[in-house]
Design a protein around this ligand. Structure first.
Ligand code: FE2
Length: 341
């Protein structure tokens, strides 16, 4: 088990050509599959992956069961000329994306997620990955047992359509997420995904779902931390930005860190957590103490691997064992994504 991705270069494949790489993937399917289960991620580096259509071919070669329906929280756009390739996230560059297994809050989260570097960032913008099996193994046994016994409640609040505030920490509009203005469509999609729907004033929307905190990998039987606590909990962003500021050591990041500490404290004092744009409680409705969130994020950072992108990189991630996120960045950056069933 290793957090560091297994790296495949043209030295191994004997060519930089994408078609040759695709043949290599086809001929070594079972070996690559075993490698992915063990290392959690495989990075293809140094190949001539010039554009999204090249990436899509590789992604389909790795796993032909790609999907393009998305019930996640990142604003994301399809890349023209492809069927399965999207921009990874349209969230503002300063916004941290905390470590998560893709769509862990759905009963059918993707098995694999793949990323492609179209434009490499120059300042920040790494995509760290983390072996969530190690996070599960390293947890304080008492805290771990409490998460196992109680399970989690994920709460998401979406503004009334047309009444979105200018606040980057709010979720994208629900009409965008569900690709419909029809409330019955929302209710049907949520019913399929075991999500409880509450319509609030002016058609604002609250989604509530219950989850286990851990997942047993269906192929290896290994246990992994598998939920969005460190993304959605009210205290998570402030804890994350403190760590980011310590790493990036820039005036901007220290400024944003301070802003988030104050904003989080203000939210805590003035608003019922059930009304925060995102939040996580224990499934019995009791609050999860900040020290638990801190413990989880400390463990995640202990095991982070910071993938510094090179143009053309393609990384395949086992979503049932390994998480991904995004560091804040400055300047151009284009990372694209595809995912499987
Ligand atoms: Fe993601």
């Amino acid at each position: 088990m290793s957090t560091q991705p297994y790296i495949i270069t043209p030295d191994v494949v004997k060519s930089q050509n994408v078609d040759t790489l695709n043949r290599y993937i086809e001929e070594n399917k079972s070996g690559l599959h075993r490698q992915l289960l063990s290392s959690g991620a495989i990075l293809f580096r140094g190949f001539n992956v010039h554009e999204a259509s090249d990436f899509e071919k590789i992604a389909l070669q790795v796993d032909s069961d790609l999907k393009n329906d998305y019930l996640g929280t990142s604003p994301r756009n399809i890349v023209n000329g492809t069927k399965y390739v999207f921009s990874a996230s349209e969230l503002p560059p300063y916004y941290p994306i905390m470590q998560h297994c893709e769509m862990s809050f759905l009963p059918t989260a993707p098995r694999r997620i793949m990323f492609y570097c179209f434009v490499e960032p120059k300042i920040g913008g790494e995509t760290p990955i983390c072996d969530f099996r190690k996070v599960a193994a390293d947890m304080n046994p008492k805290i771990k047992q409490e998460f196992k016994d109680k399970g989690l409640l994920v709460i998401r609040n979406y503004c009334a359509p047309g009444k979105e505030e200018k606040n980057s920490f709010q979720l994208k509009p629900w009409v965008e997420m569900f690709q419909s203005t029809d409330k019955t469509v929302v209710e049907q999609k949520c019913a399929v995904n075991d999500i409880q729907v509450e319509w609030l004033k002016d058609d604002a929307l609250r989604l509530i779902s219950k989850h286990d905190a851990f997942k047993i990998h269906p192929e290896t039987g290994e246990e992994a931390w598998f939920n969005h606590l460190q993304v959605f909990h009210t205290d998570a962003a402030a804890i994350e930005y403190q760590k980011i500021a310590r790493r990036q050591k820039t005036i901007n990041s220290w400024g944003l860190n301070l802003y988030l500490q104050v904003l989080t404290m203000y939210k805590r004092l003035t608003e019922n957590p059930i009304n925060h744009s995102m939040h996580v409680q224990f499934a019995d409705g009791t609050e999860i103490h900040k020290k638990y969130v801190q413990h989880i994020q400390d463990l995640i950072w202990k095991h982070l691997y910071f993938l510094k992108w090179k143009k053309g990189d393609v990384i395949v991630v086992d979503n049932f064992s390994t998480s991904h996120g995004r560091m804040p960045f400055k300047g151009p950056r284009s990372i694209q994504v595809a995912w499987t069933a």
